[in-house]
Design a protein around this ligand. Structure first.
Ligand SMILES: Cc1cc2nc3c(=O)[nH]c(=O)nc-3n(C[C@H](O)[C@H](O)[C@H](O)COP(=O)(O)OP(=O)(O)OC[C@H]3O[C@@H](n4cnc5c(N)ncnc54)[C@H](O)[C@@H]3O)c2cc1C
Length: 391
């Protein structure tokens, strides 16, 4: 086990050796596959390098948040994959630790920790994405618990998940954010149907999930029935904190790759000057994002929530990442689409097209750019509130 003294130094050495073993089994290009991420989750767990800040009684190490942040940065710099249960680690586990009963913590935390029980997040619905408060999935009270009916969409990893943390309406005829509950639903229960959605990258990481009279026993609501909105908002704050760090490190790597691609590109001097100016603008944006993430993480390390800084970070990061990939594709031209076999003047790695297409989702997932702008406008600039969002 990595000792607490010299933790980061020892963790660095362990990570390098473990990643070499992982990559021997899963080549780099496939490091985002569920199999690789599952194996990585297991390896971290066996080395006691997961759940670093959790209480000891749930398998954690009670390390300070600042150490967790530094560990995440280290993992990102070494291009470690995300453990398979990263959604649960980022969003659900801190929420469970804060709002869960002892029985809920004992039941769910071990499977989150070792990755044996994968979770998905069931918030969005066909008519309800940005305006989460209009959730229509309903749970009817039954003598032994609840019966859930409804439909969720864009549910990442639902096809792999054993559990779903979902926002459902438990008070009939309630409106907006009142009457919602944060429910923990067994995806193996009778009446749960998962239908994959194919993305433009060709992969199918997202799903539509149908609940048809799904029985959910007592004890599967986090907090009190009707308190779901407050809990979901607290959970959202965790999503913008520590687990954002790897994305910023990844963006910095992608910027460096873009700068290298520009250096190699066979361009006329005037064309080069145009591209160079755009790349410099992106480098400046990445620097601002770095300052902002450092500030957010300082807040988190001192026990605060990211708040408005989290919204600004998400907005700047997602838009900049899109522009970095647009610029990369523009530099490569047709080679970006045709890949390494194109016979173009210089080869485009096969991953370029995937990342370019993937980056289109970043300004939608976890709150669209328009919604982040609304938040900044209202909370920072004092503009009038968007009535639909605050109904
Ligand atoms: C890659 C990916 C993974 C995802 N994973 C999950 C998941 O695991 N679980 C889950 O629950 N959801 C998930 N989502 C769904 C995601 O949370 C929603 O797509 C997002 O919240 C937007 O909702 P929507 O798609 O319904 O768009 P809508 O809310 O219908 O918005 C459509 C357009 O209108 C704009 N708009 C909406 N309201 C306003 C407003 N008030 N002011 C200004 N503009 C507005 C939006 O910005 C957008 O451009 C995922 C999405 C993506 C892309």
């Amino acid at each position: 086990m990595i000792r607490t003294e010299n933790f980061l130094e020892d963790a660095d050495a362990w990570l390098r050796a473990a990643l070499a073993r992982l990559r021997a089994r899963y080549p780099d290009t496939a490091s985002h596959t569920p199999e690789c991420r599952q194996a990585w989750n297991r390896m971290l767990c066996e080395a006691d390098l997961i759940a670093l800040t959790w209480p000891r009684e749930y398998g954690g190490r009670e390390l300070p948040t600042a150490t967790l942040i530094a560990f995440h940065e280290l993992c990102a710099r070494l291009h470690a994959p995300q453990p398979i249960n990263s959604i649960a680690h980022a969003i659900l586990a801190p929420t469970l630790l804060r709002f869960g009963t002892p029985a809920q913590k004992a039941l769910f935390l071990p499977g989150i920790r070792d990755g044996s029980e994968i979770w998905c997040q069931g918030y969005s619905e066909p008519q309800t994405g940005s305006d989460l408060s209009s959730v229509r999935t309903r749970a009817r009270a039954e003598p032994a618990g609840w019966l859930v009916d409804g439909r969720k969409i864009w549910t990442t990893q639902a096809h792999l998940a054993k559990w779903c943390f979902a926002l459902v309406r438990t008070e009939p005829d309630s409106q907006a954010h009142r009457g919602l509950s944060f429910m923990l639903i067994d995806m193996r229960a009778h009446g749960v149907r998962v239908e994959p959605i194919r993305q433009m990258t060709g992969e199918a990481d997202y799903n539509e999930v149908l609940f048809e009279a799904v029985a959910v026993p007592e004890g599967r609501i986090l907090g009190e029935p009707g308190e779901g909105w407050r809990i979901a908002m607290a959970a959202a704050e965790y999503e913008r904190g520590i687990y954002f760090m790897p994305r910023v490190v990844q963006l910095e790597d992608e910027l460096r790759e873009l700068e290298a691609a520009l250096a190699q590109a066979p361009l006329a001097p005037d064309e080069r000057a145009v591209h160079a100016r755009r790349v410099q603008d992106l480098a400046d944006a990445c620097q601002v994002i770095r300052w902002r993430v450092d500030r957010v993480l300082r807040q988190v390390a001192s026990g605060d929530t990211p708040g408005i800084d989290g919204a600004m970070l998400k907005l700047m990061w997602s838009e900049t990442r899109q522009q970095v990939w647009e610029q990369r594709v523009e530099l490569l031209g047709e080679a970006a689409i045709l890949g390494p076999q194109a016979g173009a003047p210089y080869a485009a790695p096969a991953s370029v097209l995937r990342e370019f297409l993937w980056s289109r989702a970043e300004t939608i997932v976890a709150g669209t750019s328009e919604i982040q702008r609304n938040i900044v406008g209202e909370r920072l600039l004092g503009l009038p509130k968007d009535r639909k969002q605050h109904a």
